[in-house]
Design a protein around this ligand. Structure first.
Ligand code: SF4
Ligand code: SF4
Length: 155
């Protein structure tokens, strides 16, 4: 390689970082497309359906009557409902029964919303809560306690 070729190579190598800096500078003047998540969150689409909740009536009664229609309609076989009878001493829902145990295996769920559509009391509802990642399988089986909304009659 001759002297002239060496000078050309040196020039190209010196130019490369300047080209990179020029590109960076060009983008720094443009409007940012990233956000500072998780301090800033983008609004979810109006029809977003993610994490489930189990609703209550205004008087604190559970809307779920343990009928298992949600479990029957789930194409992923992700829902487990174990019903128990309401009694005068322990009345949890306005119906004859309530869900003593309610679980959704979020590893199976495909967020189709069939459970919500099948529910006769609007007890189960998919909300726009999308941060569902976890580091172990056990914690992705959501229990009734994890999903039921707070009792509005209790402080
Ligand atoms: S959203 Fe679909 S897959 Fe998930 S629990 Fe409900 S019915 Fe099953
Ligand atoms: S969530 Fe609805 S469909 Fe499922 S068991 Fe409760 S009342 Fe029945």
């Amino acid at each position: 390689m001759g002297l002239w070729d060496n000078i050309k190579t040196l020039g190209q190598e010196a130019k490369a970082p300047l080209t990179g800096l020029g590109i960076t500078q060009g983008y720094s003047n443009k409007e940012r497309v990233t956000i500072e998540y998780p301090d800033v969150r983008r609004p979810m689409p109006r029809r977003a359906r993610w994490r489930h909740v189990l609703n209550r009536y205004e008087n604190g009664m559970e809307k779920c009557i343990g009928c298992s229609l949600c479990a029957g309609s789930c194409p992923a076989n992700a829902i487990l409902v174990v019903a128990a009878e309401n009694t005068d001493e322990n009345r949890r829902s306005p119906g004859e029964r309530f869900a003593a145990q309610y679980e959704i295996n979020m590893l199976r769920c495909i967020f189709c919303g069939y459970c919500e559509e099948a529910c006769p009391t609007q007890a189960i509802q998919l909300k726009d809560i999308c941060e569902l990642a976890d580091d172990n399988r056990k914690d992705l089986i959501y229990t009734k306690e994890m999903m039921i909304v707070p009792d509005p009659t209790k402080p």
